[in-house]
Design a protein around this ligand. Structure first.
Ligand code: MF3
Ligand code: CO
Length: 248
């Protein structure tokens, strides 16, 4: 069911997104050689609790941490642990905050030290996919306009596009309708209307489209073991057009 948000509710979600953006500004410089993925999760939990929020992912469907940390071939939902990142790695950080019942969601992929030119291009293109997705949003348009923008750009560069996982509505809970796929399929294609709040999140692979879930039941990895990038914003649809609520 589509749950549209009124102005006051969008203000609440905007506040949640502002807090999340502040967290990302602090997290990014911490992603350096030698930091453990658990360090990043602990920083995140402390930051959110101190600000009066609640880590939205912690305990969500049993997820055990406040931050998803996905390294290299891990696409999404990596579980933080003792692993230390090293130069040449790319580190996906995905987080959501519940602030007074209003939910935000954003993600970035951060290079550690010097990464290969091929990986730099993957990160750049994935960011561009998100920019093109945002630019494709029109009140009265359709969700698949977003999907088409992501898919078209990623394919034009020869990358794989994750199909099993999608963007989504957000705001009253971490995941709501509608689904926002990164490819145009046969699924529902609702009209974009004021009051929607969407998490738009291209997941783009250096190799093929296919992904698998590890035995921990969470970590999604590329089937071919090649690196994957992920960027995500929360966007409110206002009568005058989209407002990107998160920043990194
Ligand atoms: N941010 C993820 C998404 O965009 C949600 C993570 S769900 C959790 O869909 F269970 F891992 F917390
Ligand atoms: Co999301």
């Amino acid at each position: 069911m589509l749950k549209l948000k009124n102005e006051e509710q969008i203000r609440g979600i905007r506040e949640s997104c502002r807090l999340l953006s502040g967290l990302f500004a602090e997290l990014r410089p911490l992603v350096r050689e030698g930091v453990s993925t658990r360090d990043l999760d602990e920083y995140t939990r402390t930051f959110i609790l101190k600000a009066g929020g609640r880590p939205a992912f912690l305990g969500y469907n049993g997820y055990p941490a406040s931050l998803c940390v996905s390294v290299n071939e891990e696409v999404i939902h990596g579980i933080p642990g003792p692993r230390k990142v090293k130069s040449g790695d790319i580190v996906g950080l995905d987080c959501g905050i519940d602030l007074g019942g209003y939910f935000s969601d954003a993600a970035i992929t951060v290079p550690v030290g010097k990464v290969s030119a091929e990986i730099e291009a993957l990160l750049r293109t994935t960011r561009e996919c998100l920019e093109k997705a945002l630019a494709a949003i029109r009140v009265g348009g359709r969700i698949h306009d977003i999907s088409r923008a992501v898919y078209g750009h990623a394919r034009s560069r020869g990358y794989g596009i994750v199909r099993q996982w999608c963007g989504h509505g957000v705001g009253f809970s971490p995941h709501e309708d509608p689904q926002v796929p990164n490819y145009v399929g046969a699924g529902p294609n609702p009209r974009i209307v004021p009051g929607m709040v969407l998490a738009i999140e291209p997941m783009i692979n250096l190799g093929g489209d296919d992904v698998e879930t590890l035995d921990d039941d969470w970590t999604v990895v590329t089937a071919d073991g090649k690196p994957s990038a992920h960027f995500e914003h929360t966007v409110a649809i206002l009568p005058e057009g989209p407002e990107v609520l998160t920043s990194w």
